[in-house]
Design a protein around this ligand. Structure first.
Ligand code: CUA
Length: 167
């Protein structure tokens, strides 16, 4: 039982403040539609990482790294293609290194790192994680298959400007 008038006022004030906070949170969430920040990997295009052809010979690949795989796991493009990689991570910091190309990025949670590369030689390019990320780190890889051009087919034109985003 509270008898002191100051104590009574303090308890009443605290209750009032709690009620005001509750109203503010409720109005913010349901009235104004304010949501807490979410993970970049829960949002498009990273909720469904994929390879997209944005123009002839030009691709955007949205890559999500996670323990211990890359998604997509296999990228298939015709020779002469330019690929823009948007790379992020679902869990911890990973590496994104393409063997034989000048591509070397970190895959960082909450961050999108981007690089473009042109693949003029057919063959298989290994993508490896080169940042220690736990027990399966050594097995974390993906590959790019650059397919040779059919005989007589014209070389793809150089893209004017890289396309950054695509689904
Ligand atoms: Cu992922 Cu090492």
């Amino acid at each position: 039982m509270v008898n002191d008038p100051f104590e009574r006022a303090a308890v009443f004030g605290a209750g009032l403040l709690m009620a005001a906070f509750f109203v503010a949170v409720t109005v913010g969430a349901f009235g104004l539609g304010i949501r807490v920040p979410t993970c970049v990997t829960d949002l498009p295009p990273f909720d469904q990482p994929a390879q997209v052809e944005v123009a002839p010979g030009q691709y955007v690949v949205n890559v999500v790294a996670q323990m211990w795989a890359f998604n997509p796991r296999e990228i298939r493009i015709p020779v002469g293609s330019t690929v823009t990689f948007n790379v992020t991570s679902k869990d911890v910091q990973h590496g994104f290194f393409i063997v034989g190309k000048n591509v070397n990025l970190m895959a960082v949670p909450g961050v999108v790192n981007r690089i473009s590369a042109r693949f003029d030689a057919p063959g298989e390019y290994l993508i490896v994680c080169h940042e220690y990320c736990g027990l399966g780190h050594h097995a974390m890889s993906a590959k790019i298959i650059v397919e040779p051009r059919a005989a007589g087919a014209p070389a793809p034109a150089l893209a004017a400007a890289p396309a950054y985003w695509a689904r």
